[in-house]
Design a protein around this ligand. Structure first.
Ligand SMILES: Nc1ncnc2c1ncn2[C@@H]1O[C@H](COP(=O)(O)OP(=O)(O)OP(=O)(O)O)[C@@H](O)[C@H]1O
Length: 588
């Protein structure tokens, strides 16, 4: 009935279970008592009935003692029941806690490439959903199997002990029961799986479409979206209806079998009583045991599904655990004290995938405290170049040094502490504005936070908010404008005060006042540090010390604005195009 293989993931899962083995053994032992103690009752009931029916052996004092003893036994049963549930559930909850914690720690260390290959929702579902499903493995495999198998065995033994012919009659139904039960379960499982997969697809879709509702409305796609949802929903309905059909059939067929089993017992048993081969007490006990047979039998037949589900959850969890971060510290990685910020790329090549090289033969020296602007057509490699500096990816060939040290020889935490990144569309987390700014330096004082906000031109707008720095932002809080978000992000970078700044210029255009405030803040932020700007608008970077022009993953021009214009190359062309566009926009 049970079929599971000990895969490497399962082995690793079991290593998490190991510290709790004594609790699991104790829970299993209590479970054995919990499920087997009640089996005493029909046996005693049989004696009581038989003695009552034969007044010669009637002993009222013995009856009282027996019943009192039974109450005491059931009081003990209550204690082991408590212990069984408490120990088993406590163990599995602690196990989930350990696993979830370790998985989260592992996820935090995973390299960017890991997240780029997966949907965040699916990673989160492993952290939250799969771990809970895996928990069943402990309950089902370790405790239920032993408990249920032992009570089945004990009941069958008692039945045969009382009357082997009646025992054979009573279990004659079970092979059919197990066969039909498995048959229906397999069908129900198949349709439930299809339904669950469909629902996953639908919820992914709904999530995506509702987040992008403005696009749907502006392209007036409501009707076609409605139609697509209707089709998906109908497909889901058809799986569910199929399921309903199987469930109903299973309830009727299985119900029929479980109802006729006692009828057969009473029928054949009554004949045996009439012929004097069986006492009434024994028949009553038979009847009661038959009822007790179904609970463990049912659970054992369901165990396969439970084990299959929890095993696939375990595989999914350990698939993440078994993926190691690509970018890691080597054993001799070190910190080197204050950083000046001179960056040098030497013969750097980089490919996200083997077949496609994103950066080719990059050689560039960026002096400390200079401002370097990266320009070039979309997809030419600017962002990739910037991502290599904090080692979000490791170079495929060549070296990158900072102050003469290969960045691979520096501790990752040290390297990243020395680099502040301001992305195009800054990410602010749910929480207060204060918490968002202090993200840049968790031990900063209030004065440092306000100073950073002042430098980022954010202090004034924050003070005007109803709760100032303590205003909640994010999903349930205040929605900040694009410009305000950027200034909060700049305040974060001011607070971090790192010697290297990587700035991905925002592409979305802001009104001129917001733009001015940001430009002023940026000028301040760029002072006295090495700044790398991924530029999308050439107008803002003319004063950069070095402009680097990328095309097709190569650096094709390097120089100041004036020098590059005089080259009449790609920069000149891009510059002409942008100014032409701006001119058309301003007159049109
Ligand atoms: N995570 C990734 N996985 C695979 N390929 C990628 C990834 N990110 C970028 N690329 C590819 O690498 C090349 C360089 O992309 P990159 O983002 O560096 O260009 P870019 O110059 O910054 O472009 P843009 O100005 O549009 O942001 C492109 O061909 C792009 O398709």
């Amino acid at each position: 009935m049970l079929n599971f293989v000990i895969s490497p993931s399962l082995k690793r899962f079991l290593s998490y279970v190991k510290p709790y083995r004594w609790s699991i053994i104790a829970a299993t032992f209590c479970g054995l008592l919990k499920y087997n103690i009640p089996i005493i009752f029909p046996w005693i009931f049989k004696d009581v009935v038989d003695r009552l029916l034969s007044p010669s052996s009637y002993n009222i004092v013995k009856l009282h003692y027996t019943m009192l003893a039974l109450i005491a036994i059931f009081a003990f049963w209550a204690v082991v029941t408590y212990l069984r549930s408490y120990l088993a559930d406590r163990t599995s909850q602690r196990l989930i806690f350990d696993l979830r914690h370790e998985l989260y720690v592992h996820l935090q260390r995973m390299s960017l490439s890991f997240y780029e290959k997966r949907r965040v929702g699916s990673v989160a579902s492993r952290l939250l959903g799969d771990i809970s499903v895996a928990q069943n493995f402990v309950g089902a495999a370790f405790t239920n199997t032993v408990m249920d198998a032992s009570s089945l065995f004990l009941i069958a033994f008692l039945l045969f002990l009382m009357n082997y012919k009646l025992a054979l009659v009573s279990i004659a139904i079970f092979p059919f029961y197990v066969f039909l039960n498995n048959l229906f379960k397999a069908r129900i499982r198949k349709t439930s799986l299809l339904a669950r997969e469909k629902m996953e697809e639908i919820s992914g879709d709904v999530h995506e479409k509702l987040s992008g509702i403005s696009i749907i409305q502006s392209y007036t796609r409501e009707k076609s979206e409605e139609k697509k949802f209707f089709q998906d929903n109908r497909e889901y309905l058809s799986y569910q209806l199929e399921n309903v059909k199987h469930n109903a059939a299973a309830a009727s067929v299985i119900g029929f079998l479980t109802s006729i089993a006692p009828v057969l017992v009473v029928w054949y048993g009554a004949v045996q009583v009439i012929h004097g081969h069986l006492t009434v007490g024994e028949l009553t006990a038979f009847y009661a045991y038959l009822g007790m047979f179904y609970t463990p039998l049912n659970r054992l037949t369901e165990l396969n599904i439970l084990l299959a589900n929890s095993q696939s959850a375990i595989e999914r969890i350990f698939e993440v655990f078994n993926t190691s971060p690509e970018v890691v510290d080597h054993s001799a990685a070190r910190e080197t004290g204050p950083m000046k910020g001179e960056i040098e790329f030497s013969n750097v090549y980089f490919a996200y995938e083997l077949s496609k090289i994103a950066l080719k033969d990059i050689n560039l020296r960026i002096p400390a405290n200079s401002t370097v602007a990266l320009v070039g057509p979309s997809g030419s490699g600017k962002s990739t170049f910037a991502k290599l500096i904090p080692r979000f990816y490791d170079v495929s060939a060549g070296t990158i040094t900072i102050d003469g040290f290969n960045i691979r020889d520096l501790k990752l935490s040290y390297l990243r502490r020395k680099i502040a990144t301001v992305p195009q569309d800054p990410i602010l987390f749910s929480g207060t504005i204060y918490e968002n700014i202090i993200f840049g330096k968790p031990n900063a004082t209030r004065e440092e936070v306000s100073l950073a906000a002042l430098s980022a031109n954010a202090h004034n707008f924050i003070c005007k908010l109803p709760k100032g720095y303590q205003t909640e932002i994010g999903e349930d809080g205040l929605k900040l404008s694009g410009g305000q978000r950027q200034r909060v992000a700049l305040a974060r970078a001011f607070l971090k005060n790192a010697p290297i700044l990587i700035l991905d210029e925002a592409t979305s255009s802001l009104d001129s006042e917001a733009e001015n405030l940001i430009q002023q803040a940026l000028k301040r932020l760029m002072q006295n540090r090495t700044t790398i700007i991924i530029a999308h608008r050439l107008s803002t970077i003319q004063s950069a010390d070095i402009i680097v022009v990328f095309d097709g993953g190569r650096i094709i021009e390097v120089g100041s604005h004036q020098e590059l214009l005089e080259l009449y190359g790609l920069y000149h062309r891009l510059h002409e195009e942008q100014f032409h566009k701006m001119f058309i926009e301003s007159v049109g």
